[in-house]
Write a protein that binds this ligand. Structure first.
Ligand code: 3DU
Length: 222
């Protein structure tokens, strides 16, 4: 597993709120439990791209979940700007094809940043198109020498199949735990870390919930 980001407790917090104060309030409660925050469109479109540097200044690893899916030239610009704004990593779609992914990979390499490739997704609609091509997408990643991947925790069987294709060297993060129905134990058989949003930020007691998640993670890997 080659990754520069060290993800504390194998847990990434998905900060999908549209209000920075609310995110900071949650982070204050769980700051000694996690060190990696995934931000995406809900927060950035509401509060601005400067959220990235704000989290960086607080000491967090920041993964920008922009699911980049455009032509190569535009993909390159999106990645470059996101990295310049301070993100450690960006999440990129694979279904757009090898040239689009390569554009992201090349700029990530040049800027010494991380890229995560989405191979399949967790929601029911992903069966319609994405799932049917997930193995091909994984192969694109391998051909390009990509080390980091996103696989859905709601599909543990597919997760294991794709992990076999990707090999032990790959670093896999997985969303879909909790609200979407994914289970920690099954997920950590193919993933190296999990992504959790609503189960934490909708909880009445985010700290206790996060501690329980970490207990489950530790049990699953013991
Ligand atoms: O379901 P949660 O609230 O724990 O959030 C999961 C996060 O992961 C959320 O940011 C969503 O946009 C992202 N994600 C998936 O849920 C499923 C995928 O296949 C890829 C990303």
């Amino acid at each position: 597993m080659v990754i520069k980001l060290k993800i504390k407790n194998k847990l990434i917090f998905a900060a999908d709120l549209d209000n920075l104060d609310e995110v900071n309030n949650i982070l204050n409660q769980i700051s000694n439990l996690i060190n990696t925050v995934k931000i995406g469109y809900p927060l950035v479109l509401s509060e601005g791209i400067e959220c990235i540097s704000k989290f960086k200044n607080l000491g967090y690893n920041v993964i920008a979940d922009f699911k980049v899916a455009d032509i190569p030239a535009t993909n390159k610009k999106i990645c470059k700007i996101t990295f310049e704004k301070g993100a450690d990593a960006i999440i990129v779609h694979g279904f757009v094809g090898k040239d689009s992914v390569k554009a992201c990979k090349d700029i990530a390499k040049k800027m010494n940043k991380e890229l995560f490739l989405v191979v399949d997704m967790s929601h029911p609609g992903s069966r319609q198109f994405l799932e049917k091509n997930s193995k091909e997408i994984a192969k694109i990643g391998l051909e390009l020498g990509i080390k980091n991947y996103v696989l859905p925790s709601t599909k543990p069987k597919i997760g294991l199949e794709i992990r076999k294709i990707l090999g032990d060297e790959a670093f896999v993060i997985s969303p879909g735990i909790g609200v979407q129905g994914g289970e920690i134990k099954k997920t950590l058989k193919f993933a190296d870390a999990i992504i959790v949003g609503r189960s934490i930020y909708q909880s009445k007691d985010p700290m206790t919930t996060t501690k329980k998640l970490i207990n489950h993670i530790n049990l699953a890997i013991s």
